[in-house]
Design a binder for this molecule. Structure first.
Ligand code: F6R
Length: 260
């Protein structure tokens, strides 16, 4: 586990984008796991810039998104299909057929979820999974209490998460109660994980995930068991980390070959 504290979320996202670019240059047909929400927006903007200005190539890349609201059409402005199209896909040279997001309009949830898992397997597994973290410690939409071995399935959102996501909906009644999400076990199968966390509102949860006990009550804490998990955070999100100075020291003293 590695914790990289950056002065700002702009710098953290620039580093995250270089991380992804390094992978794509080494493996042009890499499989990326992607997140939505406010956290990765700047990261995606930086990837778009790298594509436009430095020719970062997405032609052979495959992507799998973490989650989608159940009942929302891909055209709904709050759907994650819409989010991904507007914030990343339509600005880069990715093939639409290589992008995957759970089908929020499915009429057979178990079958759709099983097939999503199969598609990830068939693509060779996820090379690099990007994550945000919910205020309650969720990853994907695996709310506290989710099985740490769970696979893609339906989940019921907590009222807190519904309220956190309220700004994207016209009225509170419109916010879906159910979602399809990769499971914690699905996420943990990724060969590498980069979790982004920015701002004071994430500080307490981040500290619980990184330095607290591993528990289903804080699903992100399972990343302590991942062989290659990196937390890319800004100063504000790092304020509750007890070992922040050590993490900075480790970063400042990295051998050259380890630097991105
Ligand atoms: C999004 C996702 C969620 C978010 C989390 C943080 O695909 O899976 O886990 O990463 O809710 O959301 P923001 O970034 O809006 O604070």
């Amino acid at each position: 586990m590695e914790i990289l504290i950056q002065p700002s979320k702009q710098e953290a996202c620039a580093l995250g984008a270089r991380w992804i670019a390094r992978l794509l240059r080494a493996k042009p047909n890499a499989v990326l796991g992607l997140a939505t929400g406010s956290t990765p927006v700047l990261l995606y903007q930086e990837l778009i810039r790298l594509h436009r200005e430095e020719g970062l190539d997405f032609q052979a890349v495959t992507t799998f998104n973490l989650d989608e609201y159940l009942g929302l059409a891909p055209t709904h402005l709050a759907s994650y299909h819409h989010f991904m199209r507007e914030n990343l896909f339509r600005h880069i040279n990715i093939c639409e057929k290589n992008t995957h997001i759970p089908d929020g309009l499915t009429t057979d949830v178990p079958d759709t979820c099983r097939k999503y898992e199969d598609q990830i397997q068939a693509a060779g597994g996820i090379d690099l999974q990007i994550l945000g973290i919910g205020g309650d410690g969720h990853i994907g939409f695996n709310e506290p209490g989710s099985s740490l071995a769970s696979r893609t399935r339906i989940k019921t959102l907590t009222e807190r998460t519904r309220q956190d996501n309220a700004p994207f909906f016209d009225s509170p009644n419109e916010i879906p109660r159910h979602v399809l999400t990769m499971g914690v076990g699905t996420i943990m199968d990724a060969r590498e994980i980069v979790l982004l966390a920015f701002g004071e509102t994430k500080a307490q949860t981040l500290a619980a995930a990184v330095e607290g006990p591993v528990t289903a009550s804080v699903p992100a804490s399972i990343l302590q068991f991942h062989e290659k998990a990196t937390f890319l955070v800004d100063e504000a999100a790092a304020t509750h980390l007890k070992r922040a100075d050590y993490y900075r020291w480790v970063d400042a003293n990295k051998p050259k070959w380890q630097q991105v």
